[in-house]
Design a protein around this ligand. Structure first.
Ligand code: HEC
Ligand code: HEC
Ligand code: HEC
Ligand code: HEC
Ligand code: HEC
Length: 192
C-alpha cells in the first residue's frame, strides 16, 4: 500500500517536471535544426544501429531542447552516463505526449506497450570499449567543459538515430587528445 502510494507520488512528480519542460517549449519556435525528413519508421537507411523503438535525439534534444543529463543523468557524477529507464520517458509519454504524426504515434505506442507489459526496451549499444579499458564519463565532463558530449559524440542533437562519430575502439582517439591536453598517457590510466 505504502509502496503504491510512493510510486503514485513519484509518477506525479515526473508529470509535474515534464509539464514544466513542455510548457517551457510552448513558446519556442519550430525546429531550427534541419532534421532530415525521415521516411516513416523504417530507419534502416540512417547511419547507426537500428533501435527497437525509433527514439529521436533530433526531436527531444534538437526541437524540444531537453538537456542531455535529463536522461543521461549520471554522466556528471559517475563513470557511466546512464541510459534512461522507462520511468524517465513516462513522465511525458504516460499521459500527455501521444505523437503528432502517424510515425510518432506508432513509435510512442511501442513505448507504452513496453511500459504496460513491463518489458524494458533493449536499446542497442552504439559505443562500447573493450573490457580491458577504463573510460570514466564524469572525469571527462569536468575536464572538457559544457560542450564535452559533442567533443566525442558529435552533434547528437541533430541525429535522428545515434551513430559513432569517432571510433572509440581505436586507442589513437584517446591518446591524441590526452597528448594535446597534457593528460596522463600511462598505460595503467586506461588499462586494467
Ligand atoms: C529524452 C531522453 C534523452 C535525452 C534528452 C538525450 N538522450 Fe541520449 N539516449 C537516450 C536513449 C533512450 C538512448 C538509447 C537509444 C538510442 O541509442 O537512441 C540514448 C543513446 C545515446 C547515445 C548512444 C549510446 C550508446 O549506446 O553508445 C549517445 C552517445 C547519447 N544518447 C548522447 C546524448 C547526448 C549527447 C544528449 C544531449 C545532446 C542526449 N543523448 C540526450 C535518451 C536521451
Ligand atoms: C520532457 C518530455 C519528454 C520526455 C521525458 C520524453 N519525451 Fe519522447 N517526445 C516528447 C515530445 C514533445 C515528442 C514529440 C511528439 C510529437 O509531436 O509527435 C516526443 C516524441 C517521442 C517519440 C516519437 C518521435 C521519435 O522520437 O521517434 C518517441 C518514440 C519518444 N518520444 C520516445 C521517448 C522515450 C523512449 C523517452 C525516454 C527515454 C522519451 N520519449 C522521453 C517529449 C518527451
Ligand atoms: C572523451 C570522450 C567522451 C565524452 C566527452 C563523452 N562520452 Fe559518452 N562515451 C564515450 C565512450 C568512449 C563510450 C563507451 C564507454 C564504454 O564502453 O565504457 C561512451 C558511451 C556513452 C553512452 C553509452 C553508455 C551505455 O551504458 O550504454 C552514452 C549514453 C553516452 N556515452 C553519453 C554521453 C553524454 C550524454 C555525454 C556528455 C554529458 C558524453 N557521453 C560524453 C566517450 C565520451
Ligand atoms: C577530447 C579529449 C579526450 C578524449 C578523446 C579522451 N580523453 Fe580521457 N581525459 C581527457 C581530459 C581533459 C582528462 C582529464 C580530466 C581532468 O583531470 O580534469 C582525461 C582523463 C582521463 C582519465 C582519468 C585520468 C586520471 O589521471 O585519473 C582516463 C582513465 C581517461 N581519460 C581515459 C580515456 C579513454 C579510455 C579515452 C578513449 C576511449 C579517452 N580518455 C579519450 C580528455 C580526453
Ligand atoms: C587514454 C587511454 C589509453 C591509454 C593511455 C593507453 N591505451 Fe591502450 N587502448 C585504449 C583503447 C580505448 C583501446 C581500444 C579498446 C577497444 O578495442 O575497444 C586500447 C587498445 C589497446 C590494445 C589492444 C590492441 C589495439 O590496438 O586495439 C593494446 C595492446 C593496448 N591498448 C596497449 C596499451 C599500452 C601498452 C599502453 C601504454 C603505452 C596503452 N595501451 C595506453 C586506451 C588507452
Amino acid at each position: 500500500m505504502r509502496q503504491r502510494f510512493l510510486v503514485g507520488v513519484g509518477t506525479l512528480m515526473m508529470v509535474a517536471a515534464a509539464l514544466v519542460i513542455v510548457s517551457r517549449q510552448s513558446g519556442a519556435q519550430q525546429p531550427t535544426t534541419g532534421a532530415p525528413a525521415v521516411a516513416a519508421i523504417d530507419s534502416s537507411s540512417l547511419k547507426g544501429p537500428r533501435q527497437p523503438i525509433f527514439f529521436r535525439h533530433d526531436i527531444h534534444v534538437g526541437q524540444k531542447q531537453m538537456a542531455c543529463q535529463y536522461c543521461h543523468y549520471s554522466a556528471g557524477v559517475s563513470n557511466e552516463p546512464g541510459i534512461p529507464s522507462m520511468q524517465t520517458c513516462m513522465g511525458c509519454h504516460y499521459l500527455m505526449v501521444n505523437g503528432s504524426t502517424p510515425a510518432n504515434v506508432v513509435e510512442i505506442k511501442k513505448l507504452k506497450t513496453a511500459w504496460n507489459t513491463r518489458k524494458p526496451v533493449e536499446w542497442v549499444r552504439v559505443h562500447m570499449v573493450a573490457r580491458h579499458v577504463h573510460f570514466p564519463h564524469s572525469v571527462h565532463l569536468k575536464g572538457l567543459g559544457p560542450q564535452a558530449c559533442a567533443t566525442c559524440h558529435g552533434n547528437v542533437a541533430r541525429m535522428p538515430q545515434v551513430y559513432k562519430v569517432n571510433n572509440v575502439n581505436n586507442m589513437g582517439f584517446c591518446i591524441s587528445c590526452h597528448l594535446e591536453r597534457k593528460v596522463s598517457r600511462d598505460c595503467t590510466v586506461c588499462h586494467y
